[in-house]
Every structure is written in C-alpha cells, then in structure tokens.
Write a protein that binds this ligand. Structure first.
Ligand SMILES: Nc1ncnc2c1ncn2[C@@H]1O[C@H](COP(=O)(O)OP(=O)(O)O)[C@@H](O)[C@H]1O
Ligand SMILES: [Mg+2]
Length: 300
C-alpha cells in the first residue's frame, strides 16, 4: 500500500504574532505510525487540529484519503481523534461515553451497542464500563479517550499525547493496541514529547520545534544523519600492549573514544591484546538528534 491517507502540504498557522505551525509538509501511508516529536509548544496539537478541520490553516492544504477535505462530513468520519485535552463526559459512565460517540456517528440499536462494547473491550475497560468517568484514573481516562476515537472504526487515527498522565501498565496496553491498529493497516499520527515513545512506536518521525519540521525520517535515518557518533567508555585491565595505538584518551584507567562503529572498534582492540574490565557504549538517540538540531535538550 503506498497510497497516502494523509497529505499535508505547506501548512501554516499563526495566532496573532505567533507562528505556531510554519510551513510543514508530510504524507502518511496506510499501516504507518507517523510520529510528531517535539517539546511543549512545538505546534503538535495545532497541526492535529488542522487535520480534523478544527482549525483553518492560514496557508497550505490537508488532504485526507483520495482527495478529501476534512471539513466534509463523510471525510471527517474516516478520522478517529483522541485529543490531548480529553474529550470525555466525566459525569457519565465509560459505557455512556462510548454510546454517546457512537450516536454522534449516526449509529443506533444493535450496532450502537455492539460498537460501544467492542471499543471498551479493546482498551480493557469492559469491567469498569458502569463506573463514572470522574472515578477513573488518568490511565483509564486516556484509554477511554482512545476507545471513543475508535468508535467509527476509522482508517485514520490522530493520537495527541495519548500517554500523558498514564501509569506504566496502561501505557504498555495503549502501545500494544496502537501497534495492533497499525497491523490492521490504519494510518496513525502519534504526537509526543517523549523520545522513548517515538523510538519504540513510530515508523517515521518528524522532529518539530517552533512550528517547523527540522528533520523527518525513520529512526535509523535520523540517528545516522543527525545523531552524531557513539561514545565508548571502557575500564581497562592490565597494561596497554606495547605499540598499540589507542583511539582515545585514558583517564583514571578509563579509555574513552568516539566511534561510528563502536563494536568493530572494540573487537579490534581486543584482538590487539587490550583487556577490558568494563565496557559501555552510548549510542546516539533521539535526544541527541534533538540536541544536535536545536542546541537544546528535549527533556527541558
Ligand atoms: N488558540 C491559541 N491561541 C493562541 N496561541 C495558541 C493557541 N493554540 C496554541 N497556541 C500557541 O501555539 C504554540 C503551539 O502550541 P501547540 O500546538 O499546543 O503545541 P504542542 O502541542 O506541541 O505543545 C504554543 O506557543 C501555544 O501557546
Ligand atoms: Mg499539544
């Protein structure tokens, strides 16, 4: 499948003087999790809002499926939206929320009840469906938010920071469900400010900062292009064999050097008779990519 489910071209959105989304473009195919990774305020939610037609872009275009405008009701139905600001009624039960969304999509009768039951089951909330949402934990609310997005069985899913405030167990359940949804061929947009989540889940990642996409590609390609080199730190045992030229400097018995292929370099040193007591390889990660691209840390 190479037909794009979402196509964004030259998108721009300004709030007063603030350029929240600055000329961004990307295409997302079926069966792909596309990550929008960036710190708070980078423009992730604003981008998502334009994808569902909730915000009108100042410039650029959003195309859903084969030439669809998200403002068209039939096109809008193809998009499941789990917003960062939870779209739930806390004074209703989990089940009543799912039923409410099913009615919004025009379902009735048997189909309405079946669909609500199916999405609650999918996120593991069947047992708690009769409880008021106001009694739910943060993780349960996020899972219900995802369930409600899944009600229309949409080929496209927009998940805006779906694990914020979520306990590790719910987080893993959400990850598993999202991976299963990808396996069914859905196109998924996943926004996060957690690089570990983007690394774990996303097939392609766009790094967003101040409304601009700074780099975009697979994890491997981002690491290769922007990640820098690995750092090897090794505690040495015994003497350095005479005549062996070390690739770095020794301080307090620790050899430290940078490498493109750290394990090959280490193997060569071992073959030359160098003995290691400890060995640590710090490979580049998305945090390093962000640092190299912006000079700032993603964690701040
Ligand atoms: N409705 C709005 N009015 C004014 N400024 C906004 C509005 N929505 C977002 N912003 C600003 O736009 C920027 C991007 O916000 P947002 O898209 O929410 O970022 P993110 O989701 O990546 O944290 C931020 O500086 C934010 O304060
Ligand atoms: Mg946001």
């Amino acid at each position: 499948m190479n037909e794009d489910m979402i196509s964004v071209a030259g998108l721009r959105k300004q709030f007063g003087k603030l350029l929240a989304v600055d000329d961004i473009s990307f295409d997302i195919a079926a069966g792909e999790i596309f990550g929008l990774l960036g710190p708070n305020g980078a423009g992730k939610t604003t981008t998502i809002h334009t994808l569902v037609g909730g915000l009108k872009p100042d410039r650029g275009s959003v195309t859903i499926g084969a030439g669809g405008n998200p403002l068209h009701p039939e096109v809008r139905k193809q998009i499941g939206d789990a917003p960062q600001a939870l779209a739930l009624y806390e004074e209703l039960t989990g089940e009543e929320n799912a039923l409410f969304f099913a009615r919004l999509y025009g379902m009735a009768g048997r189909r309405l009840r079946d669909r609500a039951a199916a999405v609650l089951d999918l996120v593991g909330l069947t047992d708690r469906r009769k409880d008021y949402v106001s009694k739910y934990s943060g993780g349960m609310m996020r899972r219900l938010n995802l369930a409600c997005a899944l009600v229309p069985d949409p080929p496209i899913l927009l998940l805006d920071e779906p694990t914020v405030g979520v306990d590790p167990q719910s987080r893993n359940l959400i990850f598993d469900k999202i991976e299963a949804l990808r396996g069914e061929g859905r196109a998924i947009v996943y926004t996060t400010h957690y690089m570990e989540e983007a690394e774990r889940l996303c097939d392609r990642i766009a790094i967003l900062d101040h409304g601009k996409i700074l780099a975009m590609g697979t994890l491997d390609s981002l690491l290769e292009e922007h990640g820098g080199r690995s750092v090897v730190t090794a505690g040495l045992e015994g003497a350095v064999p005479a005549g062996l030229e070390l690739p770095g400097t020794i301080e307090d018995d620790q050899l430290r050097f940078e490498a493109d292929k750290p394990l090959e370099d280490v193997a060569k040193l071992v073959a030359s008779g160098l003995r290691f007591r400890t060995l640590r390889v710090d490979r580049p990660d998305l945090e390093g990519v962000f640092l190299n691209l912006t000079g700032r840390s993603l964690r701040d």
